[in-house]
Design a protein around this ligand. Sequence first.
Ligand code: FA5
Length: 346
Amino acid sequence: MIEQVRGALDAALTRVVAAATLDELRAVDAVVLGKKGELARLKTILGSLPVEERKAFGLAINEAVGALQAASTERALELDSAEVSSRIAAERLDLTEVIARPTRGHAHLVTQAWERLEDVFIGLGFQVAEGPEVETDFYNFEALNMPRSHPARSGFDTLFTDYRQLEADSSDHTAADGHEPSVLLRTHTSPVQIRVMQSIEPPIYMVMPGRVFRRDTPDATHMPVFHQIEGLVIDRNITMAHLAGTIDSFTKAFFGGDFTSRLRPNYFPFTEPSAEFDIQRPDGTWIELGGCGMVHPNVLRACGLDPDEWSGFAFGFGIDRMARERHGIDDIRDMYSNDIRFIEQF
Ligand code: FA5
């Protein structure tokens, strides 16, 4: 009989030790120490035993139950501490992570190009000026030799802020009373040339970066809001050769010594003669960058400068397009998508 008790105890101990979680242990306890367990069954036959065997058998069962309870308590402690440890590991919050790997942002691609352009021109002896984004018709067109009804105005698809825009015919932006509204979002940085010539005595060697606006539909090379940098030189005896030399020095400083530039005849009302300037990549292909030319005598006069005494050149090109070229970006719209995966590459 004592053998049966020992066998029941061994089997129960094996199950207690094998319990892998506290829940599992509780279930094992309910079976091996419960009323339907083997030890409880053996206890029921106690009364039917001869008196001389009853004592030793009863003692063996009590000892087995005690040993089983002790083993279960010990196993419960083990499992409890293992579960606490794994919960602590799972809930661990490593505050040093933030300090060890701080994420730093950086200037946007266009801001980087803008700042680098300023640096290059400052290196060539230029100063930097800025003007307002909301302009009057006078600065954006009229003083730039584009009087009202000048056909070149239609080349700048203008956003007017004047209330008369409400009455304007959307096809030619002319108000019902026959006049164009006179307050607008500047369509180029050229009006800053006028403001500079009005406020500074020549000689002038100035670049004017800024944001400009046009009613252009966004596509791979156009944005309705984009950036230009304007250049203006006014001095005595300035010629087209100075213009070409400046463009070439800038090209090499900005893109690298293996890039060259060329001028192609073009037309702008505010310069005469006018040119488009292109730069050539080392692989021989050409990129169109912007416009330039000798400042038109009418523009000098509008700013109170005598064209017989002063001459100069101006240029203007798109900063966004340049950043796009420099980094080989297919679509200019990607630069404004605010997709961090794209922006953080540059
Ligand atoms: C002008 O805006 C003249 N003011 C440039 C100039 C200045 C000529 C001084 C002579 C003397 P244009 O409209 O071509 O010119 O624009 C100049 C450059 O701006 C273009 O070559 C292009 O690089 C950029 N650009 C024009 N429209 C857009 C647009 N919608 N999105 C992005 N870039 C543009």
